[in-house]
Design a protein around this ligand. Structure first.
Ligand SMILES: [Zn+2]
Ligand SMILES: [Zn+2]
Length: 536
């Protein structure tokens, strides 16, 4: 059995303390790859004495096998091959852990109390406990008289009005993804996204709160290319040399993707829940030795599968579920032997909803309500397709600037916050959104034909515009001392306003209240590889 890492040992001790009260119901959160089940294994090894028993609920047969092996490796006897006759109480082992399928438990609890042979000193472990809100789990937990330990990477529900507070009394959280990355327990992730018009759309949200495969297909039916050939091209451009796991939208989509990759001469195979065990083992072996480059699966059908490690994860499925997003992303974050990173090709723009894999997240057992998530908004680099925090001033991947300092107010603003002041119908000056109002009412600087021509022709005008604007302003204000004085007092006034958050907010509201055509507009875009294979 592997030694526990420091944070794992720490969580183990916290969990033991939290499980002291006889009615303790504890949820333990740790990012994918952090070793939740190992902590639970170590905890069980210490828990099972003086006739104490434990049951482990899982929702996939593959996971049941993996769990049994893990527990045995930890020195905890376990069995998932037990006979359970209809009408009987749940089976138990006098020594060790009985691993039960959640679906079976759910059916049986519907008819009777099944835990009569368990006592309050016994422990019920629920793996992937973010599923524990389904009726069957809820019944099983309510009927259980002992302690409960839930394990999950994401205590998060699609429902905004229900949380986990009716099932668990305490939440223990492990380190954030960024902390595990800093200590080389997880590798770095680099998210890449196609340009906005070329991502796979989600369509309408169904009553589960998420997109579903038929809705997604419908939403993209006018451009079927984006779901298959487009995905291939984006992968070829960015990650053709990498061992890749692809998350498809449905089984049909998975098979279509494999066909498209194979047509392009790339060794690819599907891995689905109905793939025969032999084929599955072969695919994993070929993927491991590199003779198979791409393995395509469907997220909801393969949760918990022991898929091999990949240095590229392609996500084609749009989802509103943070849990599903992090589950897919987490597949590529195991540390790499060569210290390399993992590319996440986010073809469905999920990072715009859920943020980056390494964002710090605050978890809670309470319903999340309508509060916005803790994820920071992201920005996509037009030049390299890299996704980074929206507050970045330059692309951390390729160095492309995302904005510049405003020569008028001195504040750095992103490109999309710049525009020509045109409110009165005349073009005046290229200004940032903070200076928009001032520019209109106070400083109607002329703009030369030369500058206008240049901005129409040249995509990257930063230096040229900066120079020409300074010229313009010198000419306009130099001829008129009063105007120059006004302008400088105005700028210092705006600077003091910017120092106050509430005033800045009021000013932003003012901009937002302007008619759309009067708001600052984006004026140029850079070039980038695009999904349709053209370079703009
Ligand atoms: Zn970039
Ligand atoms: Zn400004």
């Amino acid at each position: 059995m592997a030694e526990l890492r420091d944070y794992q040992q720490d969580l183990l001790e916290q969990a033991e303390a939290a499980l002291q009260p006889r009615d303790a119901r504890v949820m333990l959160q740790l990012p994918t790859g952090g070793g939740k089940t190992h902590i639970a294994g170590a905890l069980l090894r210490r828990w099972l004495h003086d006739g104490r028993k434990a049951a482990w609920l899982t929702h996939r047969t593959e996971l049941a096998d993996q769990t049994r092996l893990m527990l045995e490796d930890t020195g905890v006897p376990a069995s998932n091959r037990i006979s359970w006759r209809v009408g009987n109480d749940a089976p138990y082992l006098t020594k060790g852990v009985v691993i039960l399928m959640a679906q079976t438990v759910s059916r049986r609890t519907n008819q009777m109390q099944i835990w009569d042979r368990y006592r309050s000193s016994d422990l019920l472990v629920i793996d992937e406990a973010h599923h524990a809100t389904a009726d069957g789990y809820v019944r099983a937990i309510r009927q259980w008289t002992g302690r409960v330990l839930g394990l999950t990477a994401t205590p998060w529900r699609l429902s905004k009005i229900e949380g986990f507070d009716h099932l668990f009394g305490q939440l223990l959280c492990g380190p954030q993804v960024s902390e595990l990355q800093a200590n080389n327990h997880l590798c770095q992730a680099r998210v890449l996204m196609p340009r906005p018009g070329e991502t796979i759309s989600g369509g309408s949200i169904d009553d589960t709160g998420d997109y579903n495969p038929s809705g997604i297909e419908q939403a993209n039916q006018d451009r079927p290319d984006v779901m298959t050939a487009g995905a291939l091209r984006f992968w070829q451009f960015h990650a053709a040399e990498r061992q890749t796991v692809v998350y498809a939208i449905s089984k049909d989509h998975a098979r279509n993707l494999v066909a498209v990759f194979k047509d392009a001469g790339i060794p690819a195979a599907v891995m689905l829940d109905d793939t025969l065990p032999d084929e599955r083992a072969n695919a994993i072996k070929s993927f491991g030795n590199g003779s198979l480059r791409v393995l395509v699966n469907v997220a909801v059908a393969t949760e918990g599968f022991d898929l091999p490690d990949a240095s590229c994860v392609v996500i084609t499925r749009p989802t509103m579920s943070l849990a599903l997003y992090l589950q897919m992303v987490g597949r590529g974050l195991r540390p790499k032997a060569n210290g390399g990173n993992c590319l996440i090709l986010d073809l469905a723009g999920n990072a715009e909803i859920h943020g980056l894999p390494e964002d710090d997240r605050q978890w809670s057992l309470n319903p999340r309500g309508n509060k916005p998530g803790s994820e920071a908004p992201v920005i996509r680099c037009e030049k390299c397709n890299g996704v980074s925090p929206a507050a970045s001033q330059n692309c951390p991947h390729c160095g492309t600037p995302f904005g510049k300092d405003c020569p008028r107010c001195g504040v750095w603003r992103a490109w999309q916050r710049w525009g020509y002041e045109t409110r009165c119908g005349q073009q005046h000056e290229l200004v940032c959104d903070l200076c928009h109002y001032d520019a209109h009412i106070q400083a109607q600087l002329p703009i030369t034909d030369e500058l206008r021509r240049l901005t129409e022709m040249e995509p990257d005008l930063d230096a040229a515009i900066r120079h020409l604007l300074e010229e313009e302003r010198r000419r306009a204000s130099g001829a008129d001392e009063e105007r120059k004085r006004q302008l400088s007092s105005l700028i210092s006034h705006r600077k003091s306003e910017l120092a106050s958050d509430s005033l800045l907010k009021a000013f932003k509201n003012h901009i937002a209240a302007l008619p759309v055509e009067d708001r600052p507009k984006a004026n140029w875009t850079n070039t980038a590889c695009s999904l349709n294979g053209k370079t703009a």
